[in-house]
Design a protein around this ligand. Structure first.
Ligand code: CTP
Length: 219
């Protein structure tokens, strides 16, 4: 199977020195890419800027900076993908204006005007063809189940992996994670706290990216 994975944050430039971004480390996405390679998939990793080394054995690595660059790369790769797992923490807003000169401070309050970026996962949801498997993430501090199920429906996903940002041992910079997987068919499966590598493998198994086979335990 051709499996497309996204990872890391995006950076939305304000001037040549400054950008808006988030705390995503890329660890969960890179663990998913590693697990997909290990399972024998033709794995394409599209990654925002992070300090990790791409796993060996990828079919392709595409490094991007902004949400717009990520959208272009991901939509091109999705055309021929059998499954996509969108783990990247894509910035939802970017500065409306990019200043080619460094913005100088003064004594006034600085007000930034931000505009929406493309919701890449929602775009994939509307491009999705029968047989393509689309999996998203939902990182939440409040009402995790309700928000995750809303994203699952709105973005036309097959599965969503939800995790809490406000609990120890999970989320952006941690080496461990725990997620609840919700499917469009109404399944709900909890992957207990484990290394991001083990959680990644479980996500690929449960969602059917890795076809279950004899002797292969599902979690
Ligand atoms: N996502 C995306 N493009 C965006 C924002 C998010 O593709 N511009 C994807 C993420 O990769 C993730 C999923 O959408 O798989 C959910 O991201 P999240 O940040 O949790 O939610 P949002 O859609 O941004 O919704 P909200 O702001 O309401 O939390």
């Amino acid at each position: 199977m051709k499996v497309l994975i996204t990872a890391g944050p995006t950076r939305e430039a304000l001037d040549p020195m400054r950008y808006i971004s988030n705390r995503s480390s890329g660890k969960m996405g890179y663990a998913l890419a590693e697990a997909a390679v290990k399972a024998g998939h033709e794995t394409v990793l599209v990654s925002g800027p992070c300090s990790l080394t791409p796993p060996e054995g990828l079919a392709k690595f595409v490094g991007v900076i902004s949400a717009a660059e990520m959208a272009e790369a991901v939509k091109a790769e999705f055309q021929t993908a059998d499954a996509a797992v969108m783990c990247a923490a894509v910035a939802d807003y970017r500065p409306k204006q990019f200043s080619t000169s460094k913005i100088k401070k003064n004594d006034e309050t600085l007000i930034l005007e931000l505009e929406r970026t493309e919701d890449i996962l929602a775009s994939l949801g509307s491009m999705k063809k029968p047989g393509q498997l689309l999996i998203g993430f939902a990182a939440e501090t409040d009402d995790m189940e309700k928000n995750a199920l809303g994203k699952l429906q709105r973005k036309n996903l097959d599965w969503i992996a939800a995790n809490r940002l406000d609990l120890p041992g999970q989320g952006a910079e941690s080496n461990t994670n725990t997620v609840v997987l919700y499917s469009v068919k109404g399944e709900q499966i909890t992957i207990p706290l484990a290394s991001k590598r083990d959680v990644a493998e479980a996500i690929l198994n449960v969602t059917g990216v890795n076809k279950p086979c004899k002797g292969n335990s599902i979690i």
